[in-house]
Design a protein around this ligand. Sequence first.
Ligand SMILES: [Zn+2]
Length: 313
Amino acid sequence: MNLLKRRLSCVVMAIIVLLTASCVPAENKKEDKLNVTVTTTMLYDLARQIGGKYVNVQGLMGSGVDPHQYRASAGDIVKMQRADVVVYNGLHLEGKMGDVFASLEDYGKTVICAADGIDESMLIKHDGVYDPHIWFDVSLWKLAAKEVANGLSKADPDNAAHYAENFEVYDKQLTELDKYIRKRAEELDENQRVLITAHDAFSYFGKAYGFKVMGIQGVSTAAEAGTADVIALAQFIADNRIKAVFVETSLPVKAIEALCEAVRARGFETSLGGSLYSDSLGDETNGTNTYIGAFRHNTDTVIDGLKGDDEIE
Ligand SMILES: [Zn+2]
């Protein structure tokens, strides 16, 4: 009986060892890179900036994909299970992915929630719910970067110094980006700083850089009330002579066009100021496949559009 017990416990131990070995990026696997699976394109860029040559990063969502609506496929679950580390935004940005992150954590996987690096007091709340668009304030994204660096170091202590070093370098680049945004924003008068878009993604941008932010979709959920809100918004644009409103790459242009039309009916001409990368980065062709590239593009598009001068590139 005792012998059987001992044999059984040996088998159990072997299984645990095997499982542990497959979960942890073991110290013995020095040649191997850490496999990191992330949800959004912003996190794809972030994990690569911090992980550098020590990680393989795999993203679940492509460019132009709306993370609020994204559902994980069976293939996505496999990718996350096979990864050494999983990174997600949190604050219910990936709202349709359910409790997949919690269950991965239960199985001993290193799971990094980028928003965990940010103190709740710094978050914006709408109707009692935290706004997940934390990447639109560079100072908050720095904290998310630090959280990712800490998580990678924990999962791969051998390379912790490299992750810390990469973070320092990237943190400086983010400081430069922040300065650039503030410098360009100064080109506008206080009353010109009004950012009107299709959905309510830019609250953090508004708070950090001194813009009043208004979104067509954010102001209402009911279709009937929506029409009244669009009329009120159109009147506001005409009254304040706001020179441009903006399209988002991940959302249809229709609602914004209807808004321009309603403004025109009130005797003022506002233009489509260009496309902004809101919940997804762009691609390599115009350099918007990085967070810094996309944010610079957004900043230039907004400032040039609101100035309404001939300097638009
Ligand atoms: Zn959004």
